[in-house]
Design a protein around this ligand. Structure first.
Ligand code: AKG
Ligand code: FE2
Length: 310
């Protein structure tokens, strides 16, 4: 099915995120909007006024510079998680990605930059760290909102402590011919939440519950937030888990960055008892360990439902 250009994702204004505090009328009204968008679409566009043009341009310049390094250099970044580190896949030749764990910690970005550039790269470190911090702040606040809206905010602190952050930088080459080509295959994200920002090149599409594809808009002052499998499972199906893909057209390279919140291994992702009742909300997923799930997914790609659906 083709993209339905008339459809749009809900747009939520979070431009004064740093002033948004629990208990205020603004907080309560945003919480209602977040819940509605996530139940219906599992994602929304977030308007945000902290992405200043000069920093943004420097950042995308530094990302391009990183992807232009030799493959041998990029391959120096090996991470334990099977989808992290430097990645290319034969089936999607336009795509290339690079990952950094805990990028909200400056030293982690610096350690990565030392691998890529022996003389380091201050512009890369400062801009990537800033964007990761801004997106992490949104992740934390919006997760608190979701839990509050479901009446389980007593779990918020533990929920946030039980995850870590990962940053994925992505490059999508332009298709060779004047054509539409797949940039990233349809998938759901595996973790809790994903926040995606991109340069001015479009391509991200999200599938609605009834199977239509929506072109996602990402402006210089916005990003997209999507729910992953683990948050869908933890909320026992209260939030929709959106399938999404990237379709490339035109002649320009697309760069994007995604901050992911991911459950730590060694503990179970398990819906709280308040969200499970036999009559109206029977348990949808058996409790699972994220690390075991992702390792299985790497070889089988069968999805969470097959892995541990009830
Ligand atoms: O590049 C994008 O817009 C989307 C990336 C994505 O879906 C992912 O990293 O999981
Ligand atoms: Fe994704």
């Amino acid at each position: 099915m083709g993209s339905e250009s008339a459809l749009r994702l809900p747009i939520l204004d979070f431009s004064s995120l740093n002033q948004l505090e629990p208990g205020t009328p603004e907080w309560v009204s945003k919480t209602v909007q977040v819940k509605k968008a996530l139940e219906e679409y599992g994602c929304f566009e977030v308007v945000y006024d902290e992405f200043h043009t000069d920093i943004r341009e420097k950042m995308f310049g530094a990302i391009a510079e990183m992807f232009n390094l030799p493959v041998e250099t990029k391959s120096l970044n090996q991470l334990k998680e099977p989808f992290h580190g430097f990645k290319r896949y034969e089936s999607i030749p336009l795509f290339e990605s690079m990952g950094i764990d805990d990028p909200q910690i400056f030293e982690e970005v610096k350690a990565f930059s030392k691998l890529m550039w022996p003389n380091e790269n201050d512009i890369f470190c400062n801009t990537i760290h800033l964007f990761a911090k801004l997106l992490a702040e949104f992740d934390e606040k919006s997760r608190r909102m979701v839990l509050e809206s479901l009446g389980v905010d007593k779990y918020s602190n533990n929920h946030i402590k039980s995850t870590y952050y990962h940053l994925r930088l992505m490059k999508y080459k332009a298709p060779k011919v004047e054509n539409v080509e797949i940039g990233l295959n349809p998938h759901t994200d595996k973790g809790i939440m994903t926040m995606v920002h991109a340069n001015q090149i479009g391509g991200l599409e999200v599938q609605t519950k009834d199977g239509k594809w929506i072109n996602v808009n990402i402006s210089p002052n916005s990003f997209v937030c999507l729910i992953g499998d683990s948050f869908g499972a933890w909320t026992n199906g209260r939030l929709h888990i959106p399938v999404h893909r990237v379709m490339m057209t035109g002649q320009e390279v697309r760069y994007s960055l995604a901050l992911l919140s991911i459950p730590r291994g060694g503990q179970l992702v398990k819906a709280p008892q308040e969200l499970v009742d036999e009559d109206h909300h029977p348990l949808l997923f058996k409790p699972f360990d994220f690390e075991e799930f992702i390792n299985s997914e790497h070889t089988t790609r069968r999805g969470l439902k097959t892995y541990c659906g009830v």
